[in-house]
Write a protein that binds this ligand. Structure first.
Ligand SMILES: [Zn+2]
Length: 90
């Protein structure tokens, strides 16, 4: 089952794991946010140039696979915010 366009879920229930769709790198249990073991890059939005205009402290987070380097996900946050959680409701 795919979790997103770049991640998949292997197995079922509490024993399921999340992995990279491109290279199969495992990020650990599905019960834990995979972003904690991804490669994180944070940039201040107001330093990224036009067309972005934001206040101080708004960050653009990008999460990449530590094995193959593919971009897995992005999100906006304020410094110190917890990572957004990906959930599938079936
Ligand atoms: Zn990968």
């Amino acid at each position: 089952m795919q979790l997103s366009q770049t991640l998949k879920i292997n197995g079922h229930d509490d024993k399921a794991t999340v992995s990279c769709l491109k290279c199969d790198h495992e990020f650990g249990s599905q019960t834990r946010n995979w972003k904690h073991t991804a490669q994180l890059n944070e940039e201040k939005m107001n330093t990224m140039g036009v067309p972005y205009t934001t206040g101080e402290g708004v960050l653009f987070r990008s999460f990449s696979c530590p094995e193959c380097g593919v971009l897995l996900d992005t999100e906006l946050a304020i410094a110190g915010d917890a990572f957004l959680e990906d959930k599938i409701y079936v």
